[in-house]
Design a protein around this ligand. Structure first.
Ligand code: ADP
Length: 314
């Protein structure tokens, strides 16, 4: 199965500063793929190179089977939401959406019909005739999103799509991304918000300082970065449990559960037996799944340290 997007050793340098450094990644079709990283990591630069808005210095990009630098027609099959949003403010909401649709080859009649459907779904039905400049920022962002998807692209590339949206509109966007995925299409988006990524992505690529820190299926990334902490819960409060935990040492109370940090290679069976021997019934004993946020913090801090050490040796 060929990839929807393939980057091989892609780099971009701005006057001595490396924005993207030898980046390789592969986006399988029909997935939601998150490009994650702190501000300045190189996410926008990467997506702009994919869209051929800026030209890469090195490496290969294969987008829907074509090199976007050589075959610009492939870009019409994509819905791209840039980080810097910008609509023609003097046009009406409907006009601006129809304008973007026509650029992508949709006829005006179809575009109007589709636009009306989208405006209703996004709660903007009453605003179709209003000038863009009279809309709030969040509303303008929704209009821009409609303009991005109006031609039913097989691939959506969204640069920080959630930024500037209130929680309700973030939910609308989330549902739309999931709907795209349900329709068998691919969505690539960038974000620095790990919680959003965790809710949406099946695949992730974390970058920091232009370099890849890790990538893969979110499930696998979690498994590979699992720690040795366990969540333990009992059916009732009990001095017996309190005393055991106090003796145990690396136990912290979090709400009505305990978090136990075990040493590498600890005998969990013996521990469960001991916990079961306490006078309150044990209701939960579960290895803690690392959140993407935890993985991000650990791995990105690690990447920054490696970089500092490398620079110290130059
Ligand atoms: P992100 O999207 O992850 O926040 P960017 O791709 O926007 O990161 O930026 C990556 C790095 O490249 C940053 O250090 C940024 O300052 C730099 N950069 C981005 N665009 C330009 C530009 N046009 N000229 C010079 N430096 C740039």
């Amino acid at each position: 199965m060929s990839h929807t997007l393939l980057l091989e050793g892609v780099s971009k340098r701005y006057s001595g500063h490396v924005a993207v450094d030898d980046l390789s990644l592969a986006v399988p079709p029909g997935t939601i793929y998150g490009i994650l990283g702190p501000n300045g990591a190189g996410k926008s630069t990467t997506l702009r190179m994919v869209m051929n808005i800026i030209i890469r210095d090195a490496g290969r990009i294969t987008l829907l089977g074509a090199d976007p630098e050589k075959d610009r027609s492939v870009l019409r099959r994509i819905g791209f939401l840039p980080e810097e949003r910008g609509l023609y403010k003097k046009m009406s909401v409907l006009e601006v959406i129809v304008f973007f649709a026509q650029i992508k080859g949709v006829d005006a009649k179809t575009a109007r019909r589709e636009a009306d459907g989208w405006l209703e779904r996004m709660g903007l039905g009453d605003w179709r005739g209003a000038k863009v400049e009279t809309l709030s920022k969040g509303m303008q962002q929704k209009v821009q999103f409609i303009a991005t998807v109006i031609h039913k692209p097989e691939l959506l590339i969204l640069d920080e799509p959630q930024s500037g949206l209130d929680p309700v509109n973030q939910e609308v966007l989330r549902d739309t991304i999931l709907q795209h995925r349900k329709d068998g299409k691919t969505v690539i988006f960038s974000t620095h918000n790990m919680d959003q990524a965790e809710q949406l992505c099946e695949h992730v690529c974390i970058i920091a300082q232009g370099r890849k820190v890790l990538d893969g299926r979110l499930r696998d990334v979690r498994r590979e970065n699992i720690g040795n902490a366990y969540r333990v819960q009992f059916d009732a409060e009990s001095p017996d449990v309190e005393a055991f935990m106090a003796r145990f040492g690396a136990a912290t109370r979090e709400g009505d559960e305990w978090r136990l940090e075990l040493p590498e290679g600890a005998d969990t069976r013996a521990l469960v037996t001991a916990l079961n021997g306490l006078d309150a019934p044990l209701t939960r004993f579960e290895r803690e799944q690392p959140s993407l946020h935890d993985i991000f913090v650990t791995r990105v801090a690690g990447a920054a340290q490696t970089r500092r050490q490398e620079l110290a040796h130059v």
